[in-house]
Write a protein that binds this ligand. Sequence first.
Ligand code: PSV
Ligand code: MN
Length: 399
Amino acid sequence: MTPKTLRRAVEALDSFKVETPSWGFADTGTRFGKFFQDAAAIDMNDKLADAGQVHALTGCCPTVAVHVLWDFVPGQDPKKVTRQARQHGVKIGSINPNVFQDQCYKWGSFGNNDPKVREQALQHCFDSVAIMKATGSEYLSLWFADGISYPGQGSIRERKGHFTECLKALHKQLGPKQTMLVEYKPFEPAFYATDIADWGMACLLAKKAGSRAKVLVDTGHHYTAQNIEQIVAWLLDEDMLGGFHFNDRRYADDDLTLGSIDPYQAFRIFHEIHCFASDSGRMPKIAYMIDQSHNEKSKVEATIQTVVMAQELYAKAAIVDHDALRRAQAKNNVIDAELVLKKAFFTDVAPALAAFRKRHQLPADPLAEHRRQGYEKKAAADRNRRRKAMGIVRGGSYA
Ligand code: PSV
Ligand code: MN
């Protein structure tokens, strides 16, 4: 790296934060079964401890995304959770309402044709805004499992109307510093017409809801050949990009570690953001989050691996020579323009990561340090002992 690119990359790393998901530390599975890990978090305190460990080692994950029904059992005091988070050196980040697992949502939540169910879903989201206020969270992150699985099953336009009304009502509850993120997904669990299937639908709904509603791009929620960075560029240009859920995929919403399949794609996404910042003179406010649930990899290790990969790709994208790119583009010099991107992508940014870690008194190799500390072994022993004391028996089929 040159002194100039080194400085640019370290500056970029200084401002880059990525949120970890509480659900990424707990036992999880596929719809065919669950495989348990001894070190998996049992409760909220464990999840926050794991998130704290990732932040302590990487210095870039100060907040934790929480899922309301998975993390906040009814009657639980959000202030207590906020205190627990602080004890583990992190803060509560995005609040994710859960309007998809209760039996009443069989036919949808905001898209349901029963006004009582829509009301129930709205009330849950209002309660989630109250949790935001109690925990000091800035983001309400909305994902809906709504949709229909067969042609003719429901009125697509009527469902769109219900979504518009509910999102508008929800937006009215937000405080001036709170943002509502609308996530889209083309498939699963509905398989014919998901109500918010793509970025265009999410963008239209967010615009109708109000100025504090933005789009959330989950990198796993696209068709295989889709050009995600183009979507990102359009959303940036419309001032509608609010956040990301990072993961990698080969086929569908596979929840693979970021960069494990296509690191160049994540680089190209980050490049669009840095390029927008360089053209407009302002770095947009974007909530970067991870949305991965690992079954085969150790959860904390996989999270550290993801964070380090995100930092690396973000730093590479930060050193793209925008002037050279513009010059090549102006002359329609396709090869040179492409090579500007390739040059940054293939630059070894290890010196920038080392400088960032040194400057923040972080371990030189977060994963190696995590292993050296024996965190996982200790967590497994403690959590197994507590499971035994609580009479939690795991095993068998999907639980
Ligand atoms: C849905 O697939 C999703 O991406 C949503 O963001 C959920 O909140 C999350 O996964 C749960 O893992
Ligand atoms: Mn997601």
